[in-house]
Write a protein that binds this ligand. Structure first.
Ligand SMILES: [Zn+2]
Ligand SMILES: [Zn+2]
Length: 177
């Protein structure tokens, strides 16, 4: 796949994002994927993908539009809006390995979303795990049975919190090969 050859990973913000999110992503992605990490220009919130009955954005629609930006590398879009695909109540993120683009939502990664006390470090860790997971899909990786591997499927945040931000011994081969 061409992503292994790509020299850059773009973080593409949709709407305003906390500076700490960009910083933590930049640090972790640099270390994990050994590529240049750049932050692309902030995009307006994707009104074209918004479903006002669900009050969520259709992530596949957003991924399609990202292709039109023609960024010369892997793209990780980040948005603070709830995402869905038809048939599911919500998704934490979605990847399109064909085109090398993926998106994560940070909305459900905050404790506040569940009326719990804010835990900023936990929120940042979850963000990083979801990002590494989606980019892992762009490298052609599938879900991993190891519950500590970042490629393990997160059905709930408990799954996300159990896994680490790292690839297991087998999955790492797909990223560094
Ligand atoms: Zn996945
Ligand atoms: Zn694994």
């Amino acid at each position: 796949m061409w992503y292994a050859e790509a020299k850059k990973i773009y973080i593409l913000p949709f709407g305003k994002l906390p500076g700490a999110v960009i910083e933590r992503l930049t640090d972790t992605l640099t270390e994990t994927f050994k590529k240049e990490i750049l932050t692309a220009d902030e995009q307006p919130l994707p009104v074209y993908a918004y479903d006002r009955y669900r009050q969520q954005c259709y992530s596949t629609e957003i991924l399609k539009r990202i292709n039109d930006l023609n960024l010369d590398g892997i793209v990780l879009a980040v948005i603070d809006a709830d995402l869905y695909v038809p048939g599911l109540n919500f998704v934490f993120g979605e990847a399109d390995p064909e085109n090398g683009v993926c998106i994560i939502s940070i909305t459900r990664l905050r404790q506040e979303f569940y009326r719990e006390t804010p835990e900023y470090e936990l929120f940042l860790q979850r963000t990083v795990k979801e990002a590494v997971h989606e980019i892992g899909h762009l490298y052609g990786l599938f879900h991993c049975p190891d519950p500590e591997c970042v490629m393990h499927f997160s059905n709930t945040l408990a799954d996300t919190d159990r896994k680490t931000e790292r690839f297991c011994k087998i999955c790492i081969k797909g990223v560094t090969a």
